[in-house]
Design a protein around this ligand. Structure first.
Ligand SMILES: *Cc1c(COP(=O)(O)O)cnc(C)c1O
Ligand code: SF4
Length: 459
């Protein structure tokens, strides 16, 4: 189904999961008003015209958002863990008549006026990936699967990135990032480690982003991993389908390389799939569907990992629409992550209670195998836990306690609701270190644990 190309109609008609915005949706952006369909749909244009500074943004958008917006944005960037990077495709999908509340603007363009102070229990590299890294850029936390980070760049920078400790350029807030450049020597170390661990059956190739791997590198990595006898499954993680679906259609070398890896996997009776990342139903338009149609023809399975975000998809009807729209274009919704506790993005987090309510309203709306699991990726390396599986949840103070018997038995893991979701007097308690300690200790006691191990778990 094709909608009108007039931007107002298109933005207001995004209610039905089958209504995908088509036509020349970039023409309302002053900098792209003369760009033809052929040009806009080439990955070279998408890469070349990707915006990485406020000055460039101003050149492209002109007066569309107004002066106050640029000032707010510049101040927001100074206070953000991630550098600015947004594709022409995504930029054109922002409703600039309502930028403050637009779900795509919210994810990629930080506004100072909307930022909130970080929760006092927050840590950088909140998931402690580096602690479980036997080789730089390889995280081995679960017995049978590992996470391989061949590159540290992406086609976009999400301001909420969990790997802001490594991904993207350094910022004023995060000045010393771990460097994980594409390096064959480092990759060889990772392959050798994987080879030496017969229990490893499942490798996630992430980053950074597999879109930023050269076609020949992507193919070499895929082949090398599939040829390891005990590796049964590989997945390429990429936000690319969301950021520039044009690449799938126009970068034949890259898409063919991925196709060959998927074919090799099938011949070896293994699987090679793509995991992608959509957060808003507005990110799925006609060209996204065409890219997915090609993947379907090539026999490439795609699953989606979504992040639950306040104002982006925290409204149950928006999450329902996203899940149905993903399913409609043959992307399988796999996970919805509660927002990790990373700096500078407190405004994007929701309480555990709010997310559990969204889950209840999504389950039952479509096929069970298209219904994502809502998970908390615990701070301190406990791994992903079903959000419903908490041992105890103190809704007043906003503290949830989890255990992780298969990954880190005997430890307690904590998730903290954003302060903005709590009553004013509770917020004041979080200001005081002794009160903090008491609230955490109480929650762990109620979960049946001892206080001391809790502080060890999050320390
Ligand atoms: C998420 C993750 C995986 C993959 O987990 P699945 O639940 O199988 O998707 C593997 N290793 C690490 C370190 C992870 O964070
Ligand atoms: S695409 Fe993924 S790894 Fe890259 S910045 Fe966004 S969340 Fe981080």
């Amino acid at each position: 189904m094709v909608c009108s190309t007039s931007s107002n109609r298109a933005f207001s008609s995004l209610h039905d999961h089958r209504e995908l915005w088509d036509g020349e949706y970039w023409r309302h952006i002053p900098g792209f008003s003369q760009v033809t369909q052929t040009e806009f749909e080439s990955h070279q244009f998408q890469q070349r015209a990707t915006i990485t500074s406020v000055a460039q943004l101003r050149q492209t958008l002109g007066d569309l958002p107004g002066d106050a917006f640029y000032e707010d944005l510049s101040a927001g960037i100074r206070n953000a863990p991630m550098a600015l990077r947004i594709s022409p495709h995504l930029l054109s999908l922002v409703d600039w008549s309502n930028a403050a509340h637009d779900p795509i603007r919210t994810q990629f363009l930080p506004l100072r006026s909307r930022q909130q102070p970080d929760h006092p229990m927050l840590q950088l590299d909140s998931l402690a990936e580096r602690k479980d890294s036997p080789v730089p850029g390889l995280t081995h936390r679960y017995p049978d699967k590992a996470l391989f980070l061949p590159v540290d760049t992406c086609p976009v920078y999400c301001r909420f990135c969990t790997r802001s400790y490594a991904v993207g350029a350094e910022t004023e807030l995060v000045t010393e990032k771990l460097k994980l450049h594409a390096s064959q020597a480092r990759w060889s170390q990772a392959f050798e480690y994987i080879e030496s661990k017969p229990g490893l059956e499942d490798i996630v190739i992430s980053g950074g982003d597999s879109y930023n791997l050269r076609a020949d590198h992507l193919e070499a990595i895929g082949r090398r991993l599939l040829e390891i006898p005990h590796v049964r499954r590989i997945r390429f993680a990429t936000k690319g389908l969301c950021v520039m679906p044009q690449k799938v259609l126009s970068d034949e070398r890259w898409t063919d390389a991925l196709t060959r890896v998927a074919e090799l996997a099938r011949r070896l009776h293994k699987t090679a799939v793509v995991h992608t990342h959509f957060n808003s139903p507005h990110e799925i338009v006609g060209v996204t569907r065409r890219a997915m149609d090609l993947f379907v023809e090539r026999g490439i399975t795609v699953r989606c990992q979504t992040v639950l975000q306040n104002g982006v998809n925290s409204d149950p009807s928006v999450m329902q629409l996203l899940v149905k729209r993903l399913g409609y274009i043959n992307i399988q919704p796999y996970y919805v992550y509660f927002h990790d506790m990373v700096p500078g993005v407190e405004d994007l987090r929701t309480s555990l209670a709010a997310g559990l309510d969204v889950e209840k309203r999504v389950r039952g709306t479509t096929a069970g195998f298209h219904t994502p699991a809502f998970v908390v990726d615990t701070m301190g390396g406990g791994g992903k836990r079903d959000a419903h599986s908490y041992e105890y949840y103190d809704r007043t103070n906003g503290v949830a306690v989890f255990t992780s018997p298969t990954v880190k038995p005997g430890k307690w893991f904590l998730y903290f609701d954003p302060l903005a979701s709590l009553e004013p007097e509770v917020r004041l308690r979080w200001e005081l270190p002794s009160e903090r300690e008491a609230m955490v200790a109480d929650a762990i006691r109620c979960a049946g644990g001892e206080t001391r191990s809790a502080w060890q778990a999050i320390a």
